[in-house]
Design a binder for this molecule. Structure first.
Ligand SMILES: C[S@@+](CC[C@H](N)C(=O)[O-])C[C@H]1O[C@@H](n2cnc3c(N)ncnc32)[C@H](O)[C@@H]1O
Length: 265
């Protein structure tokens, strides 16, 4: 899809096939979303896979851990999921680079008129919250149905510094293990698993055996996430919910790798 001149911090805007935008990293060039559709990915891979809309009808509060804030599109999809319900979201969002949020703010300003109305509304709300959180010394912002906390820095450090927090949904959306392996390490996945409440769900676009094994070694049930765009499957994890199993040979491969990882702990 089409690339445009860079924004804040040299993040490059990319228009994706569903008309929404993503940003490509200034150094390694990987895009924050699938070029087949950034907004579609946020809605289906994260908000819908974590069953937020369905759970919002029966819960007063849903606590979301958003790993890799980026452009705030996954946050926007989470906000959309609780709209029209009395459920409130409490979101902890973790981002290494302030510049990506600033680039997203510039991008929305520049492209608002080119966006589908629903996306423009949801993304504006998410980015207004993130902008308020950037201005707040404690990184906090409030909306009508959301309390947001933004922690800037390496998630391997910021997440353990919020040990009191537990979550009903986790969006694990780091750059791919090939370019940025840090947030896919078995040690970080253990830290994420530690914060997952009973009944919680984690979703990620990664279908890597090593990532699936890392989640299993962290004590989670791990299953197959559905097709989104051109990506045939992702990964779901939960401390206790039944998930769609992998084909038997792949199950055995994940089990063997998880066993090796447990031996390394
Ligand atoms: C794939 S993008 C996330 C897209 C985002 N979820 C969205 O909805 O727009 C990955 C994000 O993770 C951030 N990131 C990379 N390494 C990180 C780290 N160690 N700690 C926290 N965030 C990190 C990147 O700066 C980038 O914004």
């Amino acid at each position: 899809m089409s690339e445009q001149p860079p924004l804040e911090g040299l993040w490059t805007p990319v228009r994706t096939a569903d008309g929404s935008f993503t940003l490509a990293h200034p150094v390694h060039g990987e895009a924050c979303h699938s070029r087949a559709g950034a907004w579609e990915e946020s809605r289906l891979r994260y908000a819908r896979a974590c069953r937020l809309a369905e759970r919002a009808r029966g819960e007063r509060v849903l606590r979301v851990l958003d790993i890799g804030t980026g452009l705030g599109l996954n946050l926007a999809a989470a906000l959309e999921s609780v709209r029209g319900t009395s459920c409130r979201l409490e979101v902890l969002t973790l981002e290494l680079e302030r510049g990506v949020i600033e680039a997203a703010l510039q991008l929305l300003e520049r492209e608002r008129a080119a966006l589908e109305a629903e996306l423009a509304r949801e993304w504006s709300e998410a980015l207004a919250l993130l902008a308020a959180a950037l201005r707040d010394p404690a990184g906090r912002a409030q909306g009508a149905s959301v309390a947001l906390r933004l922690m800037l820095g390496d998630a391997r450090k910021t997440l353990p510094s919020a040990p009191e927090e537990t979550f009903d949904a986790v969006f694990l959306d780091a750059f791919s293990p090939g370019v940025e392996p840090e947030l896919w390490s078995a040690a970080f996945l253990r830290e994420v698993a530690r914060g997952m409440a009973p009944g919680s769900l984690l979703s990620t676009y990664s279908a890597s055996t090593a990532v699936r094994a890392g989640l299993r070694a962290a004590g989670l049930r791990v299953g197959q996430g559905g097709r989104v765009g051109t990506k045939a499957s992702g990964t779901l994890a939960s401390p206790d919910l039944a998930l769609e199993p992998f084909p038997p040979r792949l199950e055995r491969r994940i089990d063997r790798r998880a066993e090796e990882l447990r031996g390394e702990f």
